[in-house]
Design a protein around this ligand. Sequence first.
Ligand code: NDP
Ligand code: HSE
Length: 435
Amino acid sequence: MKPVKVGVLGLGTVGGGTVNVLKRNAIEIARRAGREIVITRASAKDLTKARICDTQGIQLTSNPLDIINDPDIDIIVELIGGTSVKDLVLQALGNGKHVVTANKSLLALHGNEIFAKASEHGVMVAFEAAVAGGIPVIKAIREGLSGNRIEWLAGIINGTGNFILTEMRDKGRDFNDVLAEAQALGYAEADPTFDVEGIDAGHKLTILASIAFGMPLQFDKVYTEGITQITRLDVEYAEQLGYRIKHLGIARKTPEGIELRVHPTLIPERRLIANVDGVMNAVVIKGDAAGPSLYYGAGAGADPTASSVVADVIDVVRALTSDPENRVPHLAFQADALVDIPVLSADEFKTAYYLRLSAEDKPGVLADVTKILADHQISIEAIIQKQPLAGETVVPIILLTQVTREKEMNAAIAKIEALQTVTGKVNRIRLETLG
Ligand code: NDP
Ligand code: HSE
């Protein structure tokens, strides 16, 4: 059989890694796919730049359209990134080419249109690398867990953010210094605010929720909070209470609708996911039949992400001869079986909380705070008063609450902050036991 011809758009971290893995493991890959897979063309913006891969034997261009419009190319691998490649991808699909991509922002924002176009033209869009780098979590949900009703999933799904949090906690390093290292290592997005403000994790959560619950992609309904507000003090207090602070994406099905949220979260330190450090990612998925299962691996970087890209290329090659109706659906559920399940507003989230406030050290202060919480039906799990910090007269008070609705907590926090005896803002971090 003649080799399958692949065109790669983008030769940066992931594109370079993909060329390397496809070349390095060509024999194994051909044995698995049943055909030789060859990258014959690739594009990059600056053709004079040094590459992490050997481009010998690959025809290079700075115009991706040269590849998309080349009738010899069977599969387009889009590794440029960003949403401005939407038209390129639509054109590739319109030309009858299968597309493999690692581009979560593109899919989270325009995936519904892209998958519809792919179905119209009987071609595939594969995107394992778009979520959690080298972890085959899309395949796990879409195929391995397809007999389950998924109840919830929670994951550390941004490698850069987890790398920053880990280095800050373990080595006391400065935020910007670690971010610069993550950029140099090729982990960060072109715009690193996507990593640190939770937008990248929001894109990934959009995709995970869609394939877990069978709903259209709706990034605009995801609540996102980043890691920039996490303080060293909260990390220390959380650890004294037996918790770790991790940046989680959480999707949960409730009787009222779906919670889609990305934010720093206290997790009991005994949970495996609380011990996922550095650039590693992990996703816990709770299915009604399988129970909880955990998927762990590198969340970013050239080779790990290339591992997922190449697996997708092999999947596409294996499916080239199958009828489009017999392929695994893009979003796990048949396209006409997707249901527009309501997504809850942040006010309706139900979660437990860690609260830190600074108060005057005098009788009655704690009673005022606990009365406000009781008035909002918020039960307290633990309360600790710490020694004043050096040079301060106010004392830090740490509270852990039981699960409550977010709007009750917002109202209670507003009243606590209005107390004469409380100074400044209440620092609130959500807490999940993931039990
Ligand atoms: P890079 O910035 O390293 O690479 C982007 C590549 O696209 C570069 O080769 C660049 O060319 C090329 N490019 C940029 N603009 C154009 C253009 N207009 N026309 C042609 N080529 C262009 O990005 P990454 O490899 O890190 O990311 C690629 C995709 O993979 C993104 O969607 C990202 O979100 C995703 N991803 C990244 C991961 C990672 O660990 N980095 C992990 C998982 C997903 P040149 O090199 O000449 O500048
Ligand atoms: N910037 C992303 C991260 C790349 O750090 O997780 C992997 O999607």
